[in-house]
Design a protein around this ligand. Structure first.
Ligand code: PRX
Length: 633
């Protein structure tokens, strides 16, 4: 074991050159990548204008490529397009009508395939259905659905008619869903009866019932009923399939402005409730298209599989808009990765001959625990590019992925990005040399750097804040209803976008992401705000005060630990502990439930009363607590 560790350490400092078979096929070589990068940062507007002409169909050309009124910016000003035209119609018109867009599978090995032609018709019918309910351009539609093709249809149908979708991950609780429905004042909510995970049905509809209770502005709830459902529709409720059936398969795409909103997606920050990150159409379409094509090196006959969920940004950019805009065939799989057995994912890769596979480090670490015999049973030779996203990938997991899934015949792209960035920001392209644990270099047009608090670049291999120096096409445009929270990204260090991550940059310009610099915890690649969990905890009747920290966890990356002070008259007990956990699950969802809760008498606070989580964390991990001169007690 010790020997193995030394070996890994050696490999970490080693550069992995792309395998010959990857290089032979690559759309772009390392030299070309560098040359284009240079050009793209010297003249971002020229570069993106050229890409926009080449890669997308516009109904009307833009007047200006970029407008930058710090801290606000616009891209392709005056340009007109519809993202669904780029994702569907143009493929159908250009020989891809019968190409498969999605292959759906689930834990029961059911298989559903839809072609680009069929998907376009489904989207048009559903878009007409939405129109028949009075949904118009600019209206908000909340989507709370399982990972099924109909969810893609619902999202695209919104984009078709110019409605703004706000997808909520179907693991969030009724309260979390309600907050998002209220914040966006959604006119319609689209849901389904259930999803299935580990062989068990999880009811989604009852969550929606609780979430919309009493919300007058929600005019309709569209319910996708699944096989075997016997279900009575209540007032305001409409059947998904019925709504589609009675509509025309043709629906002209709404002519949208490049800067019209496409979607809102809520994500956790270090304070307060989640922020509604807003993305607009033109720049987002272009940036996700270009990154999908070059970072994953997608060729016409490739099969691509991203294991995310549309409830997260990865699902928006790299299961839906990017892959469809490029015209690729995607696999989507509902259910758990390791059910009915830990060979499930590898059997899917074998069955569909997947060429490009994109997943999260937490999944890789889960499979490491099951052992290499599981993937070894399957033929994974179709794979060419392996992707990683959501959290830092530790070198040990990188090497396991490289050896046991990639069989040393694949490139790994470790893509760093965020809900706010819309698309990949730092990575290597497949033909580029890779360093385990280091995401790599900024993508075309991205000026990334590692700086100190004042914004000065730090020395190589020194920890600093990760920043982006100018707006890029798919950068968030605002936070829904809270422009001051948007401005903060560009104000924290003046003139640059502060990502909230700590990083280092080495002599070769490779950036390594170390994790969040703020009070955000990354549990299995999901962002959870300490403030959200704390406020869920203190809303429990027995809890007086709470503080939450992230702790390193073997599989999840980080786990949540809560310190809780009970109100007078309540005593610590196992039952109370369970009850508090249940309460957090109900308030936020299972993702946010602390793994550990410790009952304490006191919490470390500053004289002004702010909880010092950093002190709790240092104590918990047995580290030096650092400067505590401001500590009250
Ligand atoms: O801390 C970084 C981490 O995930 C955060 C963004 O989370 P979210 O908006 O939910 O988007 C996740 C999917 C893009 C970042 O601030 N993160 C994401 N990708 C990586 C990463 N950390 C290290 N390496 C990555 N490849």
């Amino acid at each position: 074991m010790a020997e193995h560790k030394d070996e890994i350490l050696l490999k970490v400092n080693q550069v992995f050159n792309p395998p010959e078979r990857v290089l032979e096929k690559a759309l772009i070589s390392a030299e070309e990548f560098d040359k284009i990068y240079q050009k793209s940062v010297e003249d971002p507007e020229g570069f993106w204008a050229e890409q926009a002409e080449k890669e997308l169909v516009w109904f009307e050309k833009w007047e200006k490529v970029r407008e930058w009124n710090y801290p606000y910016y616009k891209w392709f000003v005056g340009g007109k397009l519809n993202i669904t035209y780029n994702c569907l119609d143009r493929h159908v018109e250009n020989g891809r009508r019968n190409k498969i867009a999605y292959i759906y599978t689930n834990e029961d090995n059911q298989e559903i395939k839809v072609t680009y032609g069929e998907l376009l018709e489904m989207v048009n019918r559903f878009a007409n259905g939405l129109k028949s309910l009075g949904v118009k351009k600019g209206d908000r539609v909340v989507i709370y659905m399982p990972l099924v093709i109909e969810q893609m249809v619902a999202m695209l149908a919104c984009a078709r008619i110019g409605a703004i979708h706000s997808v909520v991950y179907a693991g969030f609780s009724a309260n979390a869903l309600r907050m998002r429905i209220e914040d966006a004042e959604a006119k319609v909510v689209i849901t389904s009866t259930w999803t299935k995970r580990r062989g068990k049905k999880i009811d989604l509809k009852s969550v929606v019932d609780e979430a919309v209770d009493g919300l007058e502005f929600v005019e309709n709830i569209i319910v996708f009923q699944r096989e075997g459902d016997e279900f009575e529709l209540a007032e305001k409720e409409i059947d998904f399939n019925e709504l589609m059936k009675n509509q025309s398969p043709e629906c002209e795409p709404e002519v949208m402005d490049a800067e019209d909103p496409l979607f809102i997606l809520y994500t956790s920050g270090s304070t307060g409730k989640p922020k509604g990150v807003l993305h607009t159409i033109g720049g987002y379409n272009l940036y996700t298209h270009v990154t999908t094509k070059y970072v994953f090196d997608i060729h016409e006959d490739d099969i691509y599989w991203c294991t995310a969920d549309p409830g997260w940004i990865t699902g928006h950019s790299y299961m839906l808009y990017g892959p469809l805009s490029v015209g690729t065939t995607s696999v989507i799989a509902e259910g758990a990765p390791d059910f009915p057995d830990p060979g499930r994912w590898w059997s899917i890769i074998e069955k569909y001959r997947v060429n490009i596979f994109y997943t999260a480090p937490t999944a890789i670490r889960l499979f490491m625990k099951y052992g290499e015999d599981w993937p070894a049973k399957y033929d994974l030779s179709s794979l060419r590019v392996l992707g990683s996203v959501g959290e830092p990938i530790n070198p040990e997991a990188w090497i396991w992925y490289y050896e046991n899934i990639g069989r040393k015949q694949c490139s790994i792209v470790d893509t760093w990005w965020q809900t706010e960035t819309g698309g990949h920001m730092i990575t290597t392209v497949p033909a580029y040399p890779q360093k385990p644990g280091k995401a790599g270099k900024p993508f075309w047009g991205i000026k990334a750097d590692v700086v100190d608090k004042q914004g000065n670049p730090v020395e190589p291999n020194t920890v600093g804040f990760l920043v982006i120096k100018e707006p890029w096409p798919s950068a968030l445009r605002t936070c829904w209803g809270e422009p001051e929270r948007f401005e903060k990204y560009w104000n924290e260090i003046p003139n640059v976008y502060t990502a909230g991550d700590l990083a280092t940059k080495d002599e070769d310009g490779y950036i390594m992401i170390l994790g969040r610099a703020d009070d955000v915890i990354n549990v299995s690649g999901h962002r959870i705000g300490t403030a959200e969990v704390e406020s869920a905890l203190v809303s429990h009747p027995a809890v007086a005060e709470a503080a939450v920290i992230g702790k390193p966890h073997e599989v999840k990356g980080e786990s949540i630990k809560a310190f809780v002070i009970l109100k007078q008259g309540h005593e610590p007990s196992d039952n109370l502990l369970k009850d508090i956990k249940m309460h957090v699950r109900h308030e936020l969802g299972s993702l946010a439930v602390p793994d550990e809760i410790e009952f304490v008498e006191k919490l470390p606070k500053t004289r002004s009363g702010k909880i010092m989580r950093r002190v709790l964390k240092a104590q918990e991990l047995g580290m030096d607590v650092g400067d505590i001169s401001t500590l009250e007690d």
